[in-house]
Design a protein around this ligand. Structure first.
Ligand code: ATP
Ligand code: MG
Length: 565
């Protein structure tokens, strides 16, 4: 991907530029994106991907994709594959594809080295006791009774841990640092634990001891020669531990950990744990449900890689946590699709119109441009005949106010890309429901203004003879509360799911040209919004179109109103 776009500077880029100028790390820049394959990537990960891969591109460096796979019971190969696909879809190529598990033997050797240095010991306290001994933020911890085991005994016990002689939780290997440290992360953290009966997606049943994240991450970075290890702010307090392992073990290189703020987006969730709950408890259809903030969900919703990258550049990278409004993400896709999406017509709530002065056996092909501002996008043919459908919302017997520029009884309106029609008669059923309009058309108004009068309104329509019935899924925000996690109203966060996040229409009609489109293609349905052809193709089912985003930010209005009281 080209990197000739000017990117906003940020504090990380400033650090890197200063390091390069000073010749630190030999002037090299090497980053990595280190997801744990325990779920699908979400929009927060996109921020980290754009940052890590973007920096590598801009400074002629490298970026590895490294799976942080030290929790095999939560991980699987489906997640590994989805993550690879999502990174590539976003437009990035990794330098190397790696797994922390590639280093299990080396990490084990580093652990043995720590034991030999008298800097690690096997501890028999159970998880609860370890917590108890650890102390609190205000009280120092206490030394484990096993802390003073000899190097020989520790080497023997660690070897037997590896050989599978002990049960899960019976023993752990801990770093010997300082139980009184004001930083709890330095109070003899666990570095290896026992896990039997799991089949690791990469190493199978080779190991029954697994290294902890803090031990694994810094050493993996050092082994790969990463120069700048970018992570989110919650790891700031872990940095002294990151540095302690690298200093104590005198690794060949010492990468630099730099923290930045996590992305939190309003009206959704950017935590894999929460997203897992939504999937597992059936609140959504799956990881790629178009309401999910996952890359897979956004892709199925009709988001483009360009829009997501643009969004990540816009929100920037800082040290302070803040909520980003959903409107910012929506604007990125709206701007992209306004340029790129071909225009089509679709009638979501159909109302039949009979054009009484149009001959019954006649039909004609009209030319309709694919984009009003971009001639290069060409045009298509649409057919017109005596019966067409318009949207129910585009007709009222009497205009409610002067702003209503659509069709009214006795009034005129232009059918987009076609003629001006007049409503002569409103047909109702026995309950007074409008079922049909009888109109007449003015044959002189194709591509021309009507004689002697102004017709301001333009509405969309489809031709009854060849329109296709489609299923339209109108997606909205997943949560009605902007920040369901901190609603603090005594309700669980799932109580704030938006009950109207999906409305399905099954009687909508789309123009004939939409019968032959590929999954994933996005269109502007004129006057309605942007819609993407869903990949689902149920046998004999209707073609499905997902609403990517509305044409305007309708939530901005709702929120203004509720703020005004
Ligand atoms: P989660 O809490 O959602 O499970 P995680 O940090 O455990 O996220 P990882 O798979 O470990 O998920 O994350 C891979 C990388 O992506 C890490 O470097 C992490 O800091 C970064 N990342 C994860 N979530 C966000 C976010 N919301 N904003 C920015 N970066 C993120
Ligand atoms: Mg993590």
């Amino acid at each position: 991907m080209s990197s000739n776009t000017t990117k906003a500077g940020n504090f990380i880029r400033q650090i890197i530029e200063a390091d390069r100028a000073a010749g630190k790390h030999g002037g090299r820049v090497a980053t990595r994106f280190p997801p744990e394959p325990n779920g699908y990537l979400h929009i927060g990960h996109a921020k980290s991907i754009v940052l890590n891969f973007g920096i590598a591109e801009d400074y002629n460096g490298t970026c590895n994709l490294r799976f942080d796979d030290t929790n095999p019971h939560k991980e699987n190969i489906e997640f590994v594959e989805s993550i690879k696909q999502d990174v590539q879809w976003l437009g990035y190529e990794w330098n190397e594809l790696l797994y922390a598990s590639n280093y299990f033997e080396q990490l084990h050797d580093y652990a043995v080295q720590l034991i030999k240095q008298g800097k690690a010991y096997v501890c028999d306290l159970n998880a609860e006791q370890i917590r108890e001994y650890r102390g609190t933020l205000t009280e120092p911890g206490r030394n484990s009774p096993y802390r003073e085991r000899s190097v020989e005994e520790n080497l023997d016990l660690f070897a037997r841990m590896r050989a599978g002689e002990f049960q899960d939780g019976e023993k752990v290997l801990r770093a010997k640092i300082d139980m009184a440290s004001p930083n709890i992360n330095l109070r003899d953290p666990t570095i290896y634990r026992i896990r039997h009966g799991v089949i690791h997606h990469q190493t199978g049943e080779e190991w029954c001891i697994y290294p902890m994240y803090d031990f694994t991450h810094c050493l993996s970075d050092a082994i790969e020669g990463i120069t700048h290890s970018l992570c989110t702010l919650e790891f700031e307090d872990h940095r002294p531990l990151y540095d302690w392992f690298l200093d104590t073990l005198q690794t060949p290189s010492h990468p630099q950990q730099i923290e930045f703020s996590r992305l939190t987006l309003e009206h959704t969730m950017t935590s894999k744990r929460k997203l897992t709950e939504l999937v597992e408890q059936g609140f959504v259809e799956g990881w790629d449900d178009p309401r999910m903030p996952t890359i897979a969900g956004l892709r199925r919703r009709g988001y483009t890689p360009a829009a997501l990258r643009d969004f990540c550049e816009r929100i920037g990278v800082t040290k302070s946590d803040n909520f980003v409004e959903m409107g910012v993400l929506e604007n990125s896709i709206r701007e992209d699709l306004n340029q790129e999406a071909p225009r089509r017509m679709a009638v979501l709530h159909p109302l039949k119109v009979i054009i009484t002065n149009y001959p019954e056996e006649q039909s004609e092909q009209l030319n309709a441009p694919n984009h009003p501002q971009n001639e290069a996008m060409g045009s298509r043919q649409i057919s017109f005949s005596r019966e067409v459908w318009i949207d129910r919302e585009d007709f009222m017997e009497v205009a409610p106010n002067k702003k209503f520029k659509r069709l009214v009884s006795g009034g005129e309106v232009r059918l987009r890309n076609a003629y001006v029609i007049r409503c002569d008669e409103v047909i109702k059923d026995a309950h007074g429901e409008i079922i049909e309009l009888h109109c007449s058309y003015d044959p002189d108004t194709l591509g021309a203004n009507p004689e002697g009068r102004k017709v301001k309104g333009v509405i969309h329509w489809v031709n009854a003879a060849d329109a296709i019935v489609a299923e339209i899924r109108l997606y909205d925000r997943l949560f009605s509360h902007p920040n369901p996690d901190s609603a603090r109203d005594g309700q669980p966060w799932t109580a704030h799911l938006n009950p109207d996040s999906l409305r399905t229409l099954t009687t909508s009609l789309v123009e004939a040209s939409l019968g032959e489109v590929q999954a994933g293609e996005v269109f502007q349905f004129e006057r309605e919004g942007y819609f993407c052809r869903d990949p689902q193709n149920r046998e004999g089912g209707l073609p499905v179109f997902n609403r990517t985003v509305t044409l305007r930010d309708t939530w901005a209005k709702i929120e203004q109103k509720s703020a005004a009281g």
